[in-house]
Ligand binder design. Structure first.
Ligand SMILES: [Zn+2]
Ligand SMILES: [Zn+2]
Length: 365
């Protein structure tokens, strides 16, 4: 069952400013004209303009299933339809287009959903110094084009859009001179079907963090896999072999697959904790040891992992897109560990039906 439509406006990790994290979303049963949810806001109208020139039917691909006349949208039409933004953190590669385009937004006001800290970071930008102050915390303040709307990491789902709610969990994203820097992960749920997908902001390996937090995301995800949660969007900024000291709060294929192995372990633990059907011989006792490699076999079967935020190969070391290399490296490690997940690249210009069918005819590489 397809629950969402997603168009990838940008999925890179910089420095190419024409391909920065930006995902546009709507429930499958709604029309784009009914409103668009913007998940991250790195690239924006400029990048979308280019994509629409190459594929005018990006948002409404022709289908064999019906004979509807495909609708063609312009980039500015689509961004006028954005009702709210959902941001994992306020690094520039995730907020750039929201800031630059905010002055030209029309009514009604658009909500910006993020954690309190991320919104406070955004306030530094909308300060009448770096950029005019176009955002406020006050619901009545119609003269400001954006409305800061806090997401609390309280394990609850908050409705942010018709038929869509979100649960927010904090992530570690490295440290700087002022201390730990946090980003966020979102469980994005389609209310009518209760199906959801998991979207990560930039994240460092839990094994390098003083206070691991990604484990909380895996524990929350495990009971839902694969029936109600089968798609995970997560970063892998660097290719294999990069030293831990130079990760700057990001993942490599080895660290990502360690994280996925942790998830597989949580899935197995959850399944072992469930009552066994009577037909099967009852287990004497639940194992105390962590699940072994054999136990993990195919624990993530039915899960698709979309790799995003790969950093551009600025030195021209590789003869093909670094994203393809990273996806292959992750896939090889996942196969070697027998985790059973499908590994795919999140590619700029993709239209994805989440949970999850990819429209092959509209993928452009
Ligand atoms: Zn970041
Ligand atoms: Zn980033």
């Amino acid at each position: 069952m397809i629950t969402f439509d997603m168009v990838i406006v940008g999925s890179g990790g910089g420095p190419d400013e024409t391909n920065l994290s930006a995902y546009l979303l709507k429930p499958r049963s709604a029309r784009w004209e009914d409103g668009v949810l913007a998940l991250e806001a790195g690239s924006g109208q400029g990048a979308l303009n280019q994509l629409l020139q190459r594929n005018p039917y990006l948002f409404d691909p022709p289908s064999d299933l019906d004979d509807h006349e495909p609708r063609v949208f312009s980039a500015s039409e689509i961004y006028n339809l954005v009702r709210c933004y959902l941001l994992t953190h306020a690094h520039l590669d995730h907020i750039n287009s929201l800031v630059v385009s905010a002055g030209s937004f029309g009514a009604p006001r658009k909500r910006v959903y993020a954690t309190k800290q991320t919104l406070q970071d955004l306030e530094i930008v909308f300060s009448d110094r770096i950029w005019p102050n176009l955002a406020s915390w006050n619901e009545e303040d119609d003269s400001h084009k954006l409305l800061y709307s806090v997401l609390r990491p309280d394990n609850k789902y908050k409705s942010i859009f018709p038929d869509v709610s979100v649960r927010t969990l904090p992530l570690n994203h490295g440290r700087n001179e002022s201390g730990h820097y946090e980003s966020a992960a979102f469980f994005i749920r389609h209310e009518p079907s209760s199906r959801e997908f998991l979207f990560f902001g930039d994240v460092e390996p839990d094994i390098l963090a003083e206070k691991p937090q990604t484990i909380n995301v895996w524990r929350a995800a495990a009971p839902k896999i694969p029936d109600t949660l089968s798609s995970i969007f997560i970063e892998c900024s660097w290719p294999s072999g990069r030293e831990d000291e130079t990760l700057y709060g990001h993942l490599t294929p080895e660290h990502l697959v360690d994280e996925l192995t942790t998830l597989a372990g949580e899935v197995v633990k959850f399944r072992c904790s469930q009552p066994q059907p009577r037909a099967r011989p009852a287990r004497k006792r639940q194992k105390k040891n962590p699940p072994s490699m054999e136990d993990l076999g195919s624990a993530l079967h039915g899960v698709r992992v979309f790799i995003m935020h790969c950093k551009d190969d600025v030195n021209g070391v590789h003869d093909r897109p670094v994203r393809d290399i990273i996806v292959e490296q992750v896939r090889d490690l996942v196969v070697a560990r027998g985790l059973g997940a499908d590994i795919l690249g999140a590619v700029q210009g993709m239209h994805i039906g989440t949970s999850f069918t990819i429209h092959q005819d509209v993928i452009m590489v």
